[in-house]
Design a protein around this ligand. Structure first.
Ligand code: NI
Length: 197
């Protein structure tokens, strides 16, 4: 078990298509899984994909914490999930913008359109089939993580690059704008949906 170094945007490992995992129980896959779980816990992130730790394999981890659950009816807490060789099927054409951050772009955040409802499937940590319908932040995290397996980072999904910047600056700006509108009760509304993934 070890905490792995996380690749940052610009490293070529983040720009390539990762390969399917043939044997979930291969020793190197079990070691990678254990190390990724340690690394995610250490980074206190919402998700992690194998290419982010320099391994081009189709394996992601994610969770939706209780603190985020319940913000909207479509948001639910999701226990830490291991997903191997994932496939995503959007359930409709509907997209929704939301804030994202990524352990490979430390300190940054951006507003990204994502499908509001997806079905994802793949293999779980025991090699058994896993299939779920996801909405809200759950759907967003899974789309973000699976993009890593195809060499896509969230800025490449953005449609308005003026909504990209350093997280602390953007939070300060959002709060100042809310104060100007005399809506202090909503001062954090625009930037709640952020977690490093
Ligand atoms: Ni990420």
């Amino acid at each position: 078990m070890a905490i792995l170094k996380i690749a940052r945007m610009g490293h070529p490992i983040l720009g390539q298509r990762a390969e399917e995992i043939d044997d979930v129980f291969a020793p190197e896959v079990r070691r990678l899984l254990a190390d990724m779980l340690d690394t995610l816990a250490d980074a206190d992130g919402a998700g992690l994909a194998a290419p982010q730790v320099h391994v081009p394999k189709r394996l992601v981890l994610f969770r939706v914490g209780d603190a985020r659950a319940g913000e909207e009816p479509s948001d639910e807490a999701v226990p830490l999930t291991v997903l191997i060789n994932p496939v995503i099927e959007p359930q409709s054409a509907e997209m929704e913008p939301g804030w994202e951050a990524c352990l490979s772009l430390p300190g940054m955040m951006g507003e990204v359109p994502r499908h509001t409802e997806i079905r994802y499937s793949g293999l779980d940590i025991n090699g058994d089939p896993l299939s779920r319908i996801a909405t809200g932040f759950h759907a967003r995290v899974v789309q973000h993580e699976c993009d890593h397996l195809d060499g896509i980072l969230y800025p490449m999904r953005m449609t308005n690059v003026s909504r990209f910047g350093f997280a602390d600056e953007m939070r300060a700006t959002a709060q100042a704008e809310a104060a100007d509108r005399a809506e202090p009760e909503h001062k954090d509304e625009e930037i709640e949906e952020t977690a490093d993934v």
